[in-house]
Design a protein around this ligand. Structure first.
Ligand code: NAD
Length: 336
């Protein structure tokens, strides 16, 4: 199979080449994102491989289909950036990497929680400048605090296990009960109750019409005043403008983000020599109690190895049988 890989970074090339080994698949690596302008570059490729900020809407899929592409292999679990209905109508199979390392994302979530709670991001800078004052650095014991997890799937369940180890009380909100979480003592509650009861609220659901802007101007007043809000799922689960209002009035005591609803214009690139044009994002960066990472929660050696291997396996299975190992169906879209 010939595969065109979009949004290639050096680490993608390294791990995909290693996984490809001597399978015989022909991998063409492109730095550019998949867009209307770049889609024609895949002409002649049986498959394209894309990441979270590549767009695969109907018009782009049409160009790919005209160029002979029959498989879109996602290097991600999330598939909200692909028009699955259009893909099916065009005869394009969409495959993903369903679970590469839930530990990577859950552990990064814990890193955000611990850093924000004990102000590690501020302490790091202070100590380097010879400022050893403790004012403003006080945290709380996590032991005994209530952690709410929205989306208790693969990643949410690993986070639940870790936070149970800290001695936290676990609340969950999901459209389906995860028995592993229930066995940890997690109590499943309504959306409104989890917002009201959580000292720390961590979002791990997919981005769907139901979860879009779950935290917005309407739900902000439901939050426990001074709570910590963490999002490592998809940016648009939070209405960022509402979150800024919540930070300003103290409803949100601290905010940890690995994803941002307009991250497509920012993340994965070195923009340090230019000006950030996104005023909403720039405002977020001014808060001392906001910690943002640029969609790096997945970024461990184990996760990259699994992503690359599963991608090559998806392609291999599709080449042999016409069916990828981990296909995303339109039914999946309906369920979220
Ligand atoms: P998963 O499918 O295993 O779990 C998602 C859970 O959300 C499921 O239990 C599902 O029932 C639940 N859910 C669906 N709709 C819901 C709703 N309306 N309300 C509440 N719960 C709902 O997915 P996962 O692998 O655990 O991934 C979770 C999230 O993390 C996804 O958004 C994924 O895109 C994101 N993710 C982020 C990174 C990163 O690097 N930041 C990496 C991988 C995955």
């Amino acid at each position: 199979m010939q595969l065109t890989v979009f949004s290639t970074k050096p680490y993608d090339r390294q791990f995909l080449n290693a996984a490809n080994g001597d399978t015989g698949h022909d991998l063409r690596f492109l730095d550019v994102r998949l867009s209307m302008d770049t889609a024609p570059l895949a002409r002649g490729s049986d498959a394209v491989c894309i990441f979270v900020n590549d767009t695969a809407d109907r018009s782009i899929l049409e160009i790919l289909a005209q160029g002979g592409t029959r498989l879109v292999a996602l290097r991600s679990a999330g598939f909200n950036h692909v028009d699955l209905v259009a893909a099916r109508e065009l005869g394009i199979t969409v495959a993903r990497v369903p679970a590469y390392s839930p530990h990577a994302v859950a552990e990064h979530t814990v890193a955000l929680i611990l850093s924000l709670n004990r102000n590690i991001h501020r302490a790091y800078n202070r100590v380097r400048e010879g400022n050893f004052a403790l004012d403003g650095l006080m945290g709380v014991d996590l032991h005994g605090k209530t952690v709410g997890i929205v989306g208790t799937g693969t990643i949410g369940a690993v986070l639940a296990r870790i936070m149970a180890g800290f001695g936290c009380t676990l609340l969950g909100h999901d459209i389906a009960v995860n028995l592993e979480c229930a066995a940890l003592g997690m109590r499943y509650v309504s959306r409104d109750e989890i917002l009201a009861q959580s000292d720390i609220l961590s979002l791990h659901c997919p981005l769907t019409p139901e979860t879009h802007h779950m935290i917005d101007a309407d739900t902000l007043p439901l939050l426990k005043p001074g709570m910590m809000l963490i999002n490592t799922s998809r940016g648009a689960v939070i209405d960022t403008r509402a979150a800024i209002r919540g930070l300003k009035d103290g409803t949100i005591g601290s905010l940890g983000l690995d994803v941002y609803e307009e991250e497509g214009d920012l993340f994965f690139e070195d923009l340090s020599a230019g000006m950030i044009q996104d005023d909403v994002f720039a405002r977020l960066l001014t808060f001392p109690n906001v910690l943002i990472t640029g969609h790096q929660a997945f970024f461990t050696r184990e996760a990259l190895t699994k992503i690359a291997q599963t991608t090559i396996d998806n392609i291999g299975a599709f080449a042999q049988t016409g069916t990828a190992l981990h296909e995303v169906s339109t039914e999946k879209l309906a369920k979220g």
